[in-house]
Design a binder for this molecule. Structure first.
Ligand code: FAD
Length: 390
């Protein structure tokens, strides 16, 4: 996502871009993504005429509940446009978003799939060069948007390590043709917080152009499960069996092949800097390669789009040499504090979700009882208060 958004933003501004992807295709997993106002503003600034708007459905406000259905935050009090009345949050099917980003790449992007970057070095005149063991690609600017296990980050910022966050997550989209018809009061989906567990469901809307259905994501404190998807689905049904409707109905309507299980991981510590000037330009870290964090606030991709929008604004008119090197430094100066602050807020949310052992569970329940709706609301909306640089 981060790579596609950056490649499109730079190519539409006249840059010649080579996009290296290890997969045989540039393809998304069949899940969905919440675009908070900051992510929407970033995409807007990257591509004011972008087709992604046509595939974004409004995010209904389903509120936050306890497993017994009691409200922690009632609907219609969340998702208020932060600050100065920005765009409302939206949800997109990831495959739709990829299609829109690929369609907006323009003709200055050369896509090289099946290319796994393994090396980064300083080439001619200090220009950065990356390679896959067969070919080498030298450029004024190398954008490492290769996710949490980025080999480029490992080389330039070895202090940052990818570690488990203590959670496992399962995502699924129940396709529209077999999504259960839900009563009106359940149709908006919503978020439910239990002891060490969390369940979020979001309707993807009925869009002629998009892939509809119902998206859900379940989170549980603990290690990822080694069992096959069918067994994991059976486990999820058991764990969430006593939770309020329609969680059981959604899990029953999910097929094992819909399920995307994964370990939740993060970077600890974050890299000391996101910019590495070299020769006439240098290397920047962007998206999860720079600041992977748990998904509790749903901000990872939105921050990646912010990175891309900020980078584009800074480098777009910078000539290779001191100007481009200065832009790379400025990128890190702007993005590092911003992403550090969201990581901090995500960790507060992790503490709300996570609980292990009886004492911890009791402490967590007490904390939830005392948690003021405004605080929970603030955790969700504060990171969305961002505007792109001029
Ligand atoms: C359960 C869950 C729910 C989430 N929900 C949301 C949400 O609602 N909203 C939100 O904003 N964020 C959300 N996120 C976070 C979001 O998914 C990530 O932050 C986002 O995918 C990061 O994008 P990226 O492009 O930086 O990295 P990635 O998506 O990891 O992409 C990296 C790309 O680089 C390629 N690559 C990797 N290594 C190499 C290599 N060596 N050579 C060449 N190519 C390589 C990969 O194949 C891939 O295409 C969620 C995350 C999880 C786990």
């Amino acid at each position: 996502m981060a790579g596609l958004a950056t490649a499109g933003g730079l190519s539409r501004a006249g840059w010649q871009v080579t996009l290296l992807e290890r997969g045989e295709r540039v393809a998304a997993s069949p899940t969905a993504l919440v675009l908070w106002p900051n992510g929407r503003r970033a995409l807007d600034s990257l591509d004011p005429d972008g087709g992604w708007r046509a595939i974004a459905a409004p995010l209904p406000d389903g509120g936050v509940r306890r497993p017994d259905g009691q409200w922690l935050v009632a609907p219609r009090t969340r998702h208020g446009a932060p600050g100065n009345g920005g765009p409302p949050p939206a949800v997109v099917h990831l495959e739709d978003l990829y299609d829109a980003l690929v369609a907006g790449l323009g003709d200055r992007v050369e896509i090289r799939t099946g290319t796994t970057v393994t090396t980064v070095r300083t080439g001619k005149d200090g220009r950065p060069a990356v390679g896959d063991g067969r070919s080498e690609f030298e450029a004024d600017l190398v954008v490492a948007a290769d996710g949490i296990d980025s080999p480029i980050r490992r080389a330039v910022a070895p202090e940052a390590a990818a570690v488990g966050s203590g959670f496992a997550a399962w995502q699924a989209v129940i396709p529209a043709y077999r999504a259960p018809a839900l009563p009106e009061e359940q149709a908006a989906g919503g978020e439910t917080l239990g002891a060490g567990y969390r369940f979020v469901s979001i309707p993807l809307g009925d869009r002629a152009t998009g892939r509809g259905g119902i998206y859900w994501v379940a989170t549980a404190a603990g290690a990822p499960r080694p069992e096959p998807p069918a067994t994991q689905l059976a486990l999820l049904r058991r764990w969430f069996a006593s939770w309020h409707a329609p969680i059981g109905v959604l899990l029953d309507a999910t097929w094992p092949e819909d399920l995307l299980p994964q370990e939740v991981r993060e970077l600890r510590p974050l890299p000391r800097t996101y910019g590495f000037p070299s020769g006439p330009g240098g290397v920047v870290l962007l998206g999860d390669a720079a600041h992977a964090m748990p998904h509790h606030l749903g901000q990872g991709a939105c921050l990646a789009f912010e990175d891309a929008a900020t980078l584009r604004a800074l480098v777009v008119d910078a000539a290779p040499g001191p100007e481009l090197r200065g832009a790379i430094d400025a990128y890190s100066r702007i993005r590092r504090p911003r992403t550090t602050s969201v990581v901090r807020q995500t960790r507060r949310m992790s503490a709300v979700v996570q609980a292990r052992g009886r004492l911890a569970l009791r402490a967590r329940d007490a904390a939830l009882t005392q948690l003021r709706p405004r605080l929970l609301n603030h955790l969700h909306t504060a990171p969305a208060d961002w505007t792109p640089p001029d």
